[in-house]
Design a protein around this ligand. Sequence first.
Ligand code: ATP
Length: 708
Amino acid sequence: MRVPAVLGLKQEVRRFTRHSPKSRNHSRENLSLDRHTPGSANSATKSISGSIRSVDDEIDGDNINVVVRVRPLNGREVKSDDTNITQFPGDGGIWVEEKTGDKLRPFTFNVVFEPEASQADVLEHSGIKRLIEMAVDGFSTTCFCYGQTGSGKTHTLTGPPHLFQSKRTDPLHVDHGLVFRSFIYLYEQLKQKSNDSSYVIKASYLEIYNEKVIDLLNTGAKKSNLNVRWDKKSRAFVVDNLFSIECEELDDLVAVLEEGLKNRAIGKHNMNEHSSRSHTILTVHIHSEEKATSEDNKGVYITRHGKINFVDLAGSEMTKKTKSEGKTLEEANNINKSLMVLGYCIAQLSSQKRNDRGVHIPYRDSKLTKLLADSLAGNGVTLMIACVSPAKSNCSETMNTLRYAARAKKIKTKPVVVMDPREALIVSLKREVNILTQENNHLRQLLELADSDSGMIMPSENSAALMAQMGLDKNGSKEPLDGRDSIVSNGSMCSRQRHRSSSLHLPPEALSDFDQDEVLILDSENGSFASRPVSQRSHDTLRQVSSLLFIATPATVKRIDKGRLNELNSSTLVDLIKDYMSENHDLRKENQDLFSVRDMLLRDQELVCRENERLLKKLEDVTSVCCRSPIVPVRPTYSAELLTASYNGSLPRSSGHSGSAPDLAHLDSRSDSRSSPVTNVWTNPLNDSQHLNGTQSAKSPDLRKGVE
Ligand SMILES: Nc1ncnc2c1ncn2[C@@H]1O[C@H](COP(=O)(O)OP(=O)(O)OP(=O)(O)O)[C@@H](O)[C@H]1O
């Protein structure tokens, strides 16, 4: 479904699909994380015993969320009789046996996935779903996989290499990784959103190979090194000239993934047949536009720019073990160097000293850390998946990874919603106008300009004479007032004081009795002045108004001896009242100016909206002629198949797939496992007493060392 929508000021090529937000659980401009618990994830969590502690439940404020995935022993390790050194006590714990017979080293994370955990489990319980939801809501989010070479990072993110190598990818394959599954979840989310919102999805894919940034979607520019620079406006590092492909449908996004996987640098070494020789960052940008519904922002369209980065880091390597030589050795050195900088940044960010001033985080020391800077300690939300091998032969690497991960867990970020600056300004100005309008009303009340008997200035003999002298009618008004700004009624007339020391000719002693934050009210009975307090808030507001409209701020309020006002001569009183009248006039003008600012903003916005509508119509014409990026290859349609029902739920047996029939056997087995409480998920040997007493006895960890 494609419907033109009203947009902000972007001149980009856009296509729109309207979706409906059913529940917006995150406060949009809230800086802290909401604890969102998607029902499905939660119910699944409950059915799984053992070493899972869902991030959904346990998220630690705005700390980086860290989960660990332990891969199964691989063929080579099994062949060489390598042993498993990891144990899973439950509750996000993992124990590692550093030396045979030695005490176990305990670590705790948000979630630990045991070797039997499936790819679907990682989607359900890693917290990635919440990240996607937050990205849809305008947050900048990142999921990155970290670990030694061959520990399963690429497997976790994109699945085994053969998955996308065949001509026709099976969209229902159980081995599909987190990225593919997240794409489906993302489009499901968008589909559920209301008609009030429109979304544009764009994707870019880059790799950092030997410290060169290469666009994986722009094969024309053969491996040219893109420039990474600091962007003042977005206050982040950006890559110049990176291709960004608009993805109207799930298929487009999958095509981007395929294209990137095809072009990324893969090598072979002793520990991995398909080793990633570069770090890759796949970014999905989610531009959303929603009509504001709150009273304050009615009529305003709020644009948000959320994104989700999937970062597949190349694995750290012991070159002795991998037996790297020549080109592979050079790659390994570069990989290790950038990972070392990343590790150093993580250590600095997590250290207590960070709160001290002057702690330097060396983001600039590598392209990887530059591009991850915002995810690590900026305004984003981050999920780290630490991948480890359970094999004894990889013990030191596993310990290193877990130590890194434990450090990363301590890093705090400050998530914020990224809004279009212009729209953010409109929203904040509207809010300000609203506050000022209220404040003006409040001030009027304070000044008793509304219908009020007390403190009202009824022309007494004295004042009537004075007013006649000033050419005022008995209402104290010189000119007719418009309805909206009428601030004089029932013959009342008063004002607050402003800078008028020069125009007032009051004797100094007459000013001594008044507090600074008071206004003068002329008493109708005896023609004398009485003081009324002005709140601090009113003063603040006056200051705000002044700064908005460039009007001088009242600095102080004069002190006047009310008892001696009657002693003032009539010309002084005339001056005083004239001054109040001009003050009154100023107030009215201020009010008018505020209204015109608001009207101007609304008019401006209206124009922008119309212009956008026009551009959209044009774009509709253009996109109907050329609706696919030439970079993205045409591929079979996943969308119809996968989005008609949840990937994890039951899909219809008859599908609109143009190619071969989907592998429903996989699907069935998955559905079966879901419906049964006994899932094919990791089990916790320690929760299972039989297991405990049987072959796999868990040793008690050396708790004196403390949980990391
Ligand atoms: N959880 C798992 N279940 C089954 N096989 C796995 C799992 N994790 C990894 N593997 C297999 O182990 C091998 C190495 O995994 P992978 O290539 O993902 O490692 P990596 O950490 O990305 O390595 P590198 O850093 O060298 O790229 C692959 O054949 C992969 O399919």
